[in-house]
Design a protein around this ligand. Structure first.
Ligand code: AMP
Length: 303
């Protein structure tokens, strides 16, 4: 069994960039207003169970919840604070949780955000570009001195509206994380092995295609492997599950400093275990305050 406590004392760094947000989320189980969200929030908290994340992002003067990150020993020296409001997103799920409508996206302080990395951040070798405009993801990695492993998450919006930047970005990364619908949207291919081949040709060495409650697939040019998802009793709020999966997985990889196919396959189980906790409560409620044993117990039930 991998010793999470030992990993935490090693404290390998992971650079995480993405959104820090206030979210209003409506699900068949109720509504949660202005909960802390954002791709980088979920990802960095998940990663913090294994490594020392440095969070690169921006908040407005209305953001009063920095202690959530501080409690998880996340480095906030790259979190800019500006006058104006924090990014705001409002989403509403349909009955089966499979479909989600975006009701509002207010960029607010994100509108003029340009990530500027401190010299200490530029030297970090493991990087997770959580979901954010691909131009900002590109701007971030262009400042990294000697990247060893860059993983990127994205969303349907950017595949539709920022394809050029996304294609420039994929040339420079090692791992692309995407869900099945996005893979199909990007490649016009419903066969996921074929879709993965098209995406691999764009540059990354590995592609992960997430399948929601059915787990996730890992591809490289020679092989593919599937993991299941942990069967939760009740999904309350799936927001951020993908970001949590990516953060947990990259946190684990950064901690072990191994970035080969087998290591990614193992790391996916840790990401999936954390994502299963995430969906059991609104927002970050269940994701904060976990312990190593509970994370392991679920990893052992993912195949
Ligand atoms: P997910 O459920 O994995 O798609 O992630 C949901 C999170 O993404 C929410 O907490 C939102 O704040 C954040 N989000 C939604 N739209 C965007 C966007 N356009 N750019 C960056 N983050 C976003």
């Amino acid at each position: 069994m991998i010793n999470l406590a030992a990993m935490k004392t090693v404290k390998n760094p992971l650079l995480v960039t993405g959104s820090v947000a206030y979210d209003t989320v409506e699900t068949p189980n109720g509504i949660s207003k202005r909960q802390v969200g954002g791709s980088a929030s979920y990802a960095s908290i998940a990663a913090s169970y294994f490594c020392k994340p440095s969070l690169i992002g921006i908040i407005g003067e209305d953001f009063t919840e920095k202690q959530i990150f501080e409690t998880h020993q996340i480095d906030l020296s790259g979190l800019q604070s500006q006058s104006g409001k924090t990014f705001f997103w409002h989403g509403k799920y349909k009955n089966d949780f499979k479909e989600r409508d975006t009701i509002t996206t207010e960029l607010n302080v994100f509108e003029h955000f340009l990530p500027s990395l401190l010299p200490s951040h530029q030297k970090i070798e493991a990087i997770l570009l959580a979901n954010i405009h691909p131009a900002l993801q590109l701007h971030t990695i262009n400042q990294i001195v000697n990247p060893k492993f860059i993983a990127t998450d994205t969303m349907n919006l950017w595949i539709e509206t920022a394809r050029d930047n996304l294609e420039k970005l994929t040339k420079k990364i090692h791992l692309l994380i995407i869900n099945d619908e996005e893979a199909e949207q990007w490649t016009n291919e419903t066969n996921l092995r074929k879709a993965a081949n098209i995406l691999l040709e764009k540059g990354p060495e590995f592609v992960i295609i997430k399948l929601g409650p059915d787990g996730a697939l890992l591809f490289d040019n020679h092989q593919e492997r599937k993991i299941s998802a942990f069967p939760v009793n009740e999904v309350v709020d799936p927001t951020g599950a993908g970001d949590t999966f990516a953060g947990g997985m990259m946190g684990f990889l950064a901690a072990t400093s191994q970035f080969d196919f087998e290591s990614i396959y193992t790391a996916m189980k840790y990401g999936s275990s954390l994502a299963s906790f995430c969906v059991e409560q609104f927002g970050l409620k269940k994701l904060v305050g976990l312990d190593a044993n509970s994370i392991h117990r679920r990893v052992n039930r993912i195949f």
